[in-house]
Structure formats: C-alpha cells, structure tokens
Ligand binder design. Structure first.
Ligand SMILES: NC(=O)C1=CN([C@@H]2O[C@H](COP(=O)(O)OP(=O)(O)OC[C@H]3O[C@@H](n4cnc5c(N)ncnc54)[C@H](O)[C@@H]3O)[C@@H](O)[C@H]2O)C=CC1
Ligand SMILES: O=C([O-])CC(=O)C(=O)O
Length: 313
C-alpha cells in the first residue's frame, strides 16, 4: 500500500490560522487545507496560493489549498480550530465566550461529519471553555480533543527566564499549569536552566515579576498590537502539538485535557502536563503540588469552571 501524507485542516484563515498553515507546510508535516467562511473564500484561496508559491523558494513539498467547503477537509488526520473573534485592548478572553462558542460548535458539527477519525486541537478563546464546547459537540473520545494554552504560556515563561539570565532559550525548562487566563500557574519549583533550579539563579522578586508577566503575556501583546492578539507564538505552539501527534513523538507537553478526577477535578478541561503522541493525549501526569500551588490551581480551575458554565448545554 502506498504511504500517504498526513492531511491537516486549519479552520479559520485569520492571523493564527494562516500563520499555522504556513508553518505546518514549511515543516512538511502534511498537506494543509485552510478553511474560512464562504464570504472569505477568495481571500482564503489567495492566502493558500501565496503560501504555496513560497514552496519552491523554501523547498517544501506540502500542498496548501484554501476553501470554504468542508468536503475538501474530508478525512483529515488533524483539525486545528482557530475560528472565532479575537480580543482587543480592554477586553478579557472571557468576553469572547458567547460568540466563539456558537462558531466552535458549528465548526465541530462539520468536523464530526467530514473528519470523524481526526484529532482536534482547539485554539479559539476562551480556550479552556471552547475545548469543552468542542468536546460536547464532537462526541469524540477525550484523547482526541485537545486545547492549546500550555505550550504558548510556557514559551512566554521560558522566554522571560532566558532574557533574565541572558542564556539560550534551549536550556530553559518549565511549564505552566491551569487555565489560559490571568490566574494560570507557572510552576517555579519545576523550572530549571540546564538542570539548575531557577530559584538558585534568580531572586524571588524577579521570579515573581516573571510569573506575573507570563500570566498577562497575552494581554501584553494585545495592548501592543492594538487590534488583535498574538499569532506567531500561538501558531508555533499549535505546530509543535501537531508534530508531536503526527510523528508519534510522545512529547511531554502541557495541553488542555479533560480531567476526570486528576488533581481532584471532574468534568473540567484544564491545562496539565501530558504525553502527546499518535493517539493524541496518551497520559496525564498528576504532579505533587504544595498547598500554595494547589490553592493557585484551584483558583484557576474555578475561573475556568465559571466560563464553562456559560457554554455548557
Ligand atoms: N489559545 C490560545 O493560546 C490563543 C487563542 N487565540 C484565539 O484564536 C482565535 C483566532 O485568533 P486570530 O486568528 O488572531 O483571529 P482572526 O480574526 O485573525 O481570524 C479568525 C478567523 O476565523 C474565521 N471564522 C469566523 N467564523 C468562522 C466559521 N464559522 N468557520 C470558519 N472560520 C470562521 C474568521 O473569518 C477569521 O478569518 C481567537 O479567538 C483568539 O482569541 C489566539 C492566540 C492564542
Ligand atoms: O491574549 C489573547 O487574547 C490571545 C491569547 O490567548 C494569547 O495570546 O495568549
């Protein structure tokens, strides 16, 4: 039997979706279908063709097509949902909940029909609640419905640590637990640089400043851009997740997963460290937390639960 390339659909051809499509193709992770609403069919086709025309220059052989027709997405291995509105300065991610829940649900009805075996990664905000809404609408097993927040939040956290110490980002390790909101929980105790705990290298005050900056990292970009939110680092984060799945890398990556008892929470989607591989979320790691860390996670979980209540049908 001929070996087939993977097929990856990106729903939403705006800033995050288009950037993701290009990065996926540049890494030759599969053939890419970029889908947006019928009113934007020509611009979506135009973006896809423009990207494809970069392929001879950059030397990648993935195809990229633009469409508004879900038939073109049929049997995708991975579907990435970026459809929805983004926040502007002065807004919180939670302000997007009603609009984006409707969009994510309608997208999921089509994914269920055309890509029933796919692994679905959700980016649309407020992402913990949107992952819940997608899970309800798709009816897929929980390992195949995954939200993106932890890769991005951790990337911001590691960027700031590397800047603080003037060292390579490659040597910084850490991760962020909890919801994708201002009370997310960067885990200082589990963070190190080249194996050295960051608490040995950075003062408590500076660590606290880095934690705070990470928590509001999305808002920092929103305020700078003025008319939308981050897209380069979010796209890179989605691509890392897609790559872990497509190559069955079994990477340890923080993602938004359905918790059924882990960390003491039930029926809640929240960012936790997982093994991400060919079957999607293959394992959730339950870490031992100090009372302070658990209290911070409880606060974040409560915020997510309040938003999920708005979208729950
Ligand atoms: N979870 C995370 O870490 C992050 C989440 N986001 C979220 O991702 C979403 C997208 O952000 P951007 O790409 O910057 O926004 P954008 O406005 O540039 O693009 C969104 C696209 O979705 C399309 N769309 C709307 N309804 C649709 C539907 N029913 N079917 C298909 N496409 C549809 C729009 O036409 C638009 O092209 C926002 O909700 C944003 O808050 C953004 C960055 C990080
Ligand atoms: O801040 C936003 O609205 C977009 C987002 O989730 C992020 O960049 O972390």
């Amino acid at each position: 039997m001929a070996i087939q390339r993977k097929k990856i659909t990106v729903v939403g051809a705006g800033f995050t979706g288009a950037t993701t499509a290009l990065m996926l193709a540049q890494k030759e992770l599969g053939d890419v279908v970029l889908l947006d609403i019928p009113q934007l069919e020509n611009p979506t086709k135009g973006k896809a063709l423009d990207m494809l025309e970069a392929s001879p220059v950059q030397g990648f052989d993935s195809s990229i097509i633009g469409t508004s027709n879900y038939e073109d997405t049929a049997d995708s291995d991975i579907v990435i949902i970026t459809a929805g509105i983004a926040r502007k300065p002065g807004m919180s991610r939670d302000d997007l909940v009603s609009t984006n829940a409707g969009i994510v649900r309608s997208v999921c009805e089509n994914i269920k029909k055309y890509c029933p075996e796919s692994i679905v990664i959700i980016l649309s905000n407020p992402v913990d609640a949107m992952t819940y809404a997608a899970y309800e609408a798709l009816g897929f097993p929980k390992n195949r419905v995954i939200g993106q927040s932890g890769v991005l939040d951790t990337a911001r956290y590691c960027t700031f640590i590397a800047q603080e110490l003037n060292v390579s980002v490659e040597d910084v390790r850490g991760f962020v637990l909890g919801g994708h909101g201002d009370d997310m929980v960067p885990l200082v105790r589990y963070s190190n640089v080249g194996g050295i705990p960051i608490e040995k290298l950075i003062s408590a005050e500076r660590i606290e400043a880095i934690v705070q900056r990470t928590r509001v990292g999305g808002g920092e970009i929103v305020n700078l851009l003025g008319n939308g939110s981050a897209y380069y680092a979010p796209a890179a984060s989605l691509v890392q997740m897609a790559e872990a799945i497509i190559k069955d890398k079994k990477r340890i990556i923080p993602v938004i997963a359905l918790l059924e008892g882990e960390y003491g929470y039930n029926n809640l989607f929240l960012g936790v460290p997982t093994i991400l591989g060919g079957n999607g979320i293959e394992k959730i790691f339950e870490l031992e937390l100090t009372p302070e860390e658990k209290a911070a996670l409880d606060k974040s979980a409560e915020s997510v639960r309040n938003v999920i209540q708005v979208v729950s049908v």
